[in-house]
Design a protein around this ligand. Structure first.
Ligand code: SAM
Length: 255
């Protein structure tokens, strides 16, 4: 006699479904907490800005619509939230930090408020607004004034950031991987700047295939650990470090 397979859920599969539902609920709550840091000014003044709360401080970001880096992307908020709430493990105080593709500057500002010595970089066209946002928000609040400077991915790295004088403890990046023609140059920039004991903290919004294939190629050079997975925002946050160094040394240095 043929025995029909039962479709009844087992205890094990029900427990897994329950765990998955709990995981989704945790992610959704975390995403909600992160997005709640954004507010809009209650009064319309002569200048438009977007407001954010980090480090118990109000941060005002001026956006502009003419260039790509002039709008703030949610990945930046995800990275800032992580940095603020994980200072015990990822302490930026007095550390050398570089941000790639800083855009409107939120990550640079928050890293600076958390005590980092920050080098904030982007394309030349973006630097004016970036500098304006950084200065208006850190004045009198930060121990170190960030250096806002050009870094076009893959260009003149050894002249502008010689390894003999530049060592970064952290490389920060939010939403720098999307369908643009400079993904190889971006990879080379991570590779050049990431020295032994440098940690990369990189928030990434997944949109299409280029993001996935970049991650695959990135993994050939770097170890990666997922710190956040936020499906509601389509954003993941990764920590990465060089493959060609002893993992044990890295872990010890990170403590
Ligand atoms: C999607 S925006 C993200 C901005 C900011 N990190 C955020 O999350 O709000 C991408 C950033 O990468 C910068 N960018 C794009 N191509 C670049 C290149 N070839 N070299 C350096 N920066 C670049 C853009 O100017 C822009 O600021």
């Amino acid at each position: 006699m043929e025995v029909k397979q039962s479709n009844m859920p087992t205890e094990d599969s029900m427990a897994k479904q329950e765990d998955a539902r709990a995981g989704v609920a945790v992610d959704a709550q975390l995403a909600k907490n992160i997005m709640s840091r954004h507010f809009q000014p209650s009064l319309i003044g002569h200048e438009t800005w977007e407001g954010y709360i980090f480090s118990d401080l109000e941060i005002r970001i001026k956006e502009s619509t003419d260039v790509y880096g002039a709008v703030l992307w949610p990945s930046a908020m995800v990275l800032c939230h992580f940095l603020e709430t994980n200072q015990d493990k990822y302490n930026l105080a007095d550390k050398n930090v570089i941000e790639l593709g800083a855009g409107t500057g939120l990550v640079t500002i928050v890293s600076s408020l958390l005590g980092g010595k920050v080098t904030s970089t982007d394309l030349p066209d973006v630097l004016g607004n970036l500098c304006y946002n950084v200065m208006r928000n850190i004045k009198g609040r930060s121990k170190y004034i960030p250096l806002v400077t050009e870094l076009t991915w893959g260009q003149d790295l050894d002249q502008r950031f010689p390894r003999t004088t530049h060592h970064f403890d952290y490389i920060l990046a939010a939403d720098v991987v999307y369908a643009h023609p400079y993904l190889e140059e971006l990879m080379d920039t991570f590779d050049y700047l990431c020295q032994e004991n440098t940690q990369i903290l990189w928030a990434m919004r997944f949109r299409l295939d280029p993001e996935n294939s970049f991650v695959e190629r990135f993994q050939q050079r770097f170890h990666m650990e997922e710190l956040y997975d936020l499906p509601t925002l389509s954003i993941k946050l990764y920590k990465a470090w060089r493959k060609d160094q002893k993992t044990k040394d890295h872990r010890e240095a990170a403590v």
